[in-house]
Design a protein around this ligand. Structure first.
Ligand code: ADP
Length: 284
């Protein structure tokens, strides 16, 4: 089962007397259990896309199919779509509003009409899953650090089969970024859910995602494995993006005559490749 965008375009402002086309003829299939990075610079259409995916916005033209059903059909169940495709906003503050962390995470299941006991069980399970410290369960969500707020916001949508995270590491330091992305990856592996991770940085997502979708000016420019997308590093630069630093280092070495593979995704992979080639030459 999957989410399919079939020739989707989205235009803002039609009823307000102006026109801004944010998405242009997007064709995309998001399958079960995928971990996808959705990358593009500011204004490229990423947020619009995330809102289309969970039904907050409806394509102006084209169609979205969710698990085989046309989301534009009259009797399509939009509420179910929003429950199955959880959207975590860029700023967790926009999502948190209850007086305690626990109440906040209970809100989703409560809204689904579950009993108090079932809500609490789910909230406990979700907070544990995102590695949230149980001593802070009854704290106000607004008194938490940036990383902890992220964990609560993610726990709040934890059950869905698809989770779309809009810049979940914005404003965090490198350690905080790694912790949150590592946690998202762990949850993904445990629950076999589908993750769409929005970012403007290839570097951040390189080691976590299986597939990268690149947006530019409302269009889908690349949709491939990280290795294949990064091999287009010169084209990426033209649209205001950069491949991870290691891509440049490996390509530079190759240009200078050192016969290395250039598809390392992380510094560690790059070091392993360089060491292996040096050992082959009996240098290391
Ligand atoms: P991104 O998330 O990649 O920064 P967005 O999806 O927010 O991109 O925006 C895509 C384009 O649509 C941008 O040109 C932006 O200015 C425009 N846009 C976004 N939201 C609105 C809105 N509510 N009304 C009008 N234009 C908008």
């Amino acid at each position: 089962m999957s989410i399919i965008l079939d020739n989707v375009s989205y235009v803002y402002g039609q009823n307000e007397g102006y026109i801004k086309q944010a998405l242009k003829d997007i064709n995309l299939v998001i399958g079960k259990n995928e971990f996808i990075g959705l990358i593009g610079h500011t204004g490229s259409g990423k947020s619009t896309m995330t809102q289309i995916l969970n039904g907050l916005l409806v394509p102006t033209t084209g169609n979205m199919y969710f698990e085989g059903l046309d989301t534009k059909e009259k009797n399509f169940n939009k509420k179910e779509l929003r429950q199955k495709v959880g959207l975590v906003f860029q700023y967790p503050e926009h999502q948190l509003f209850e007086t305690t962390v626990f109440k906040d995470v209970c809100f989703g299941p409560k809204n689904m009409g579950l009993s108090q006991k079932e809500c609490e069980l789910r909230a406990f399970e979700a907070l544990t899953m995102v590695g949230f410290d149980s001593e802070l369960f009854y704290q106000s969500p607004f008194e938490l650090s940036g990383g902890q707020k992220r964990r609560v916001a993610i726990a709040g949508v934890m059950k869905p089969e698809y989770i779309v995270l809009d810049e979940p590491t914005a404003g965090l330091d490198p350690v905080g970024r790694d912790e949150i992305l590592g946690m998202i990856k762990e949850v993904h592996e445990k629950t076999q859910n589908t993750i769409v991770l929005v970012s403007h940085s290839m570097e951040d997502v390189a080691k976590y995602v299986d597939r990268i979708v690149v947006m530019n000016d409302g269009r889908l420019t690349f949709d491939d494995t990280p290795q294949n997308v990064f091999s287009h590093y010169k084209e990426l630069e033209k649209i205001g993006l950069a491949a991870p630093k290691i891509t440049y280092i490996m390509n530079d070495l190759k240009k200078r005559g050192f016969d290395v593979k250039t598809d390392a995704l992380t510094i560690e992979e790059g070091i392993a490749e360089i060491t292996e080639r040096l050992q082959e030459k009996g240098i290391f």
